[in-house]
Design a protein around this ligand. Structure first.
Ligand code: NDP
Ligand code: MG
Length: 394
């Protein structure tokens, strides 16, 4: 078997680390072409020493110089590059077969699109890229013959529950609706009134999953499920109204597909991102992921309930943006990124997050998307509006 060359964008993060864990179990099968990091330089250095990539990419020239010196001293041959163009370069390089897109937030859009435009197999963890630029992104996948495989556990589950020819359309393959499961996050059993005083530490203490800070806060506000609703509508070409969100506190059923004949197909497993990562890396084959087998007798029960719209207004805001379309989802995403950062920096309270997002959505009239520059301009404008709100409410 010839070796598959992998670039991991966002290698130093939670998904990046899990990806390298799976790769390290199959060194005959996968080799690392490039790893990228942004602030965690000691993690990136250790990863370079362990995986010997051809390239490592960091944010700036100063970081690159330090890392390159350390790697030379350790006799590691990895070449260190810096900046946004370098991210695109290692995502699109000819020798690369697979790109794991695991940079968090809007920063992941350009390199992920570069991988798509180079016709790679793209393992999509960075949901924000698709939320911002859904139509453009999916058109680029078609045009350049990229293979897009979802890493988000719910979307990976849906992918596994759909027939191979699902792109013919949901009606043609007999799908009635998609049931998107949500853990409900750390605040699922709180009262709405208690949410205003929760801390970033509480928001990041997810009951079932270990993840980066931004997605942890998104899970706590349920904006994560809103972004996932938008993500699912683009990935599987379904209307938002065909997607139902269901709270499932055990995070064992990762999502379900409901067919017109009454069959409901689900994918189950322990909550560990190495399962969807291994699935997408090896697809259509299967490889060991290191995840322990699911013991249904230990799980014992699976609960399901509807989300509380009063507790979690972010879910409503995302659904509305998905229905409106155009630039609305890029605005939603940018305002959310600003709000989450402000919450993590203790500049606002948790319940201010949906207020900022709603204010930003109301301030910017949705437009139909023209091109990537239009989306990036929208992202910038929305951030300015959200930041203005912050300044005016200090
Ligand atoms: P982390 O915060 O753990 O990691 C983010 C990665 O992106 C890090 O490698 C970080 O570098 C890098 N990064 C951050 N900012 C920039 C930037 N401006 N330019 C370039 N690189 C940058 O996040 P996660 O791994 O949790 O999530 C990554 C993506 O996957 C997100 O979009 C998330 O929504 C999605 N996802 C994550 C899941 C999970 O279980 N973690 C589940 C489903 C989806 P550094 O750390 O060196 O600063
Ligand atoms: Mg998810």
């Amino acid at each position: 078997m010839s070796v598959t060359w992998v670039t991991v964008l966002g290698a130093t993060g939670s998904i990046g680390v899990s990806t390298l864990d799976v790769i390290s179990r199959h060194t005959q099968r996968y080799a690392v072409f490039a790893l990228t990091g942004h602030s965690r330089m000691s993690v990136l250095k250790a990863q370079c020493l362990a995986h010997n990539p051809r390239y490592a990419v960091v944010a700036n020239a100063a970081q690159a110089l330090v890392l390159q010196t350390h790697l030379r001293e350790a006799r590691c041959l990895t070449e260190v590059l810096a900046g946004g163009d370098a991210l695109e370069q290692v995502a699109a390089a000819e020798s690369v077969d697979v790109v794991m897109a695991a940079i968090v937030g809007a920063a992941g859009l350009r390199p992920t699109l570069a991988a798509v435009r180079a016709g790679k197999r793209v393992l999509l963890a960075n949901k924000e890229a698709l939320v911002m630029s859904g139509a453009l992104f999916m058109q680029a996948v078609q045009k350049h013959g990229a293979v897009l495989l979802p890493i988000d556990s719910e979307h990976n589950a849906i992918f596994q529950c759909l027939p191979l020819d699902y792109a013919r359309g949901m009606a043609s393959v007999g799908v009635r609706r998609i049931l998107l499961t949500a853990s409900g996050g750390p605040f699922r059993d709180m009262q709405a009134g208690d949410l205003s005083s929760v801390t970033p530490e509480q928001a990041c203490a997810h009951p079932n999953w270990s993840m980066g800070q931004k997605i942890s806060v998104d899970s706590a506000s349920m904006m994560n499920k809103g972004l996932e609703l938008i993500e699912a509508s683009w990935l599987f070409n379904v209307r938002p109204s065909q997607i139902e969100v269901v709270i499932h506190p055990q995070s064992v059923v990762h999502s379900l597909v409901d067919y017109i004949d009454g069959s409901v197909i689900a994918q189950l497993g322990n909550p560990d991102m190495r399962t969807p990562i291994a699935h997408a890396l090896a697809w259509p084959e299967r490889v060991d992921s290191g995840v322990s087998p699911l013991d249904l007798l230990t799980v014992a029960r699976l609960d399901f309930r509807p989300p509380d719209p009063v507790m979690f207004p972010c879910l409503r805001l995302a659904r509305e943006a998905a229905e409106v379309g155009g630039t609305a989802c890029a605005v939603l995403n940018a305002a959310n990124e600003v709000a989450v950062e402000a919450f993590l920096g203790r500049r606002i309270g948790f319940t201010d997050i949906p207020v900022i997002i709603e204010h930003t959505l109301e301030s910017l009239v949705p437009e139909s998307v023209q091109d990537l520059d239009h989306i990036l301009l929208t992202d910038r404008l929305a951030r300015e509006h959200a930041l203005n709100w912050l300044t005016n409410h200090r």
